[in-house]
Every structure is written in C-alpha cells, then in structure tokens.
Design a protein around this ligand. Structure first.
Ligand code: IMP
Ligand code: MG
Length: 182
C-alpha cells in the first residue's frame, strides 16, 4: 500500500491550523452574508475538502453549486488556458449571492474568469474565498475577498491540492519531497 504522507514529509499547514482557518473564515462569512441568499460554489476538484469543512461551520443556510474548470495540465506550470468542463447547473442566478470556493490562487486567471462568467450569467453578487493565496505569482489583477493563508511560492499538495491527481486526500497541506530533490 502506498502511504502518500511519506512522499509529503514537509508539513506547511497542519490539520489543526486548517481547522483554525476554517473556523475564522466561517465566522466572517456567516457575519457578512447575513440576510443574503448564500450560494457556495466550489471549484472542482481542489476545493472539496476545504468547502466541506467550511460549509459545516457556516451558521447560515446555503445552497451548494459546483463548476469544473481547468487551467493546469499534468505539470506544475500554468498554461494560461482556461476551459469550463462543468458549468453551474442552477437555473437563474439573479437571486444568488455567490461565494466561489477555491483551493489556491496562483496567477489569478481561474478565479478572475469564473467571477466574470458568473456575473455574465446574471448573479446578483459574486465574492471569492480561497484557502491559500500566492500573491507573488499573480499575472492578472485579482484580489480574493476571503483568504485562509498567504503562502510563499512553493508548489504545495494535500487537502484538495494535487500533483497529477495525487495527494488530494491528505488531511494537511505540504510540500512534496520531489520539490526538494535535484
Ligand atoms: P491560477 O489560475 O493560476 O490562479 O491557478 C489556480 C489553480 O492552479 C488552482 O485551482 C490549482 O488547481 C492550481 N494550482 C496553483 N498552485 C498550485 C499548487 O501549489 N499546488 C497544486 N495546485 C496548484
Ligand atoms: Mg488543480
């Protein structure tokens, strides 16, 4: 049996810290979206663990929606190519205050495109929440509304984040050992 934790020995954000982050963000979101029609829109697949923890700490009713978009191939460098594989399925977004949930913001291209796409479909408001942000990697002008943690420019995996579809189910965020090999 392969133990993926052995390939990701450098822990960047422990499960305990993730728990603190989701508690803080859920508090801010519950306060800010009071009286609105909150729709949590997860970007598949990376946001799944984060969204799952976050939604259960938000003290407001919320609908759940998903989109699947891609900006990365099998490697670790952004292609700048964005494709919508699954669009939001809800009929009509006019009464929706959408909070897009993402695992990490790198160049900023994915979320910038998703936000304008949703506004174009008529959403009443669109805000964004990311577990991790790498602001030094930004290539387009984009600022998320809710950020779990700002991280330096490392390639990270775990808690939804993958390398070639591996490591998503790890309960922490870490730097894969291969990143230190030369
Ligand atoms: P952006 O469009 O460049 O902001 O890219 C965002 C997407 O790139 C995220 O949804 C991730 O899927 C992926 N990504 C960016 N940085 C990392 C990383 O360090 N590890 C894993 N995936 C990453
Ligand atoms: Mg990804």
């Amino acid at each position: 049996m392969i133990d993926e934790t052995k390939e990701v020995s450098h822990v960047l954000i422990s499960s305990e810290e993730i728990d603190d982050i989701t508690t803080r963000l859920a508090g801010e979101i519950s306060r800010d979206f009071e009286g609105k029609n909150l729709v949590l829109l997860g970007i598949l697949k990376g946001s799944v663990p984060f969204m799952s923890d976050l939604m259960r700490k938000i003290t407001l009713p919320a609908e759940l929606e998903f989109m699947k978009v891609s900006s990365y191939g099998a490697g670790t460098v952004s292609s700048g190519n964005l494709t919508i594989h699954l669009d939001v399925l809800r009929k009509g977004l006019e009464d929706c205050d959408i909070l897009v949930i993402e695992d990490i913001i790198d160049s900023g291209r994915t979320l910038k495109m998703v936000v304008s796409h949703l506004l174009g479909k008529g959403a009443r408001s669109v805000k964004t929440c990311t577990l991790l942000d790498k602001p030094e990697r930004r290539e387009v002008d984009f600022t998320p509304d809710y950020v779990g943690k700002v991280v330096p420019d490392y390639f990270v995996v775990g808690y939804g984040l993958d390398f070639d579809e591996k490591y998503r189910t790890l309960p922490y965020v870490g730097i894969p050992d291969f990143a230190f090999e030369k």
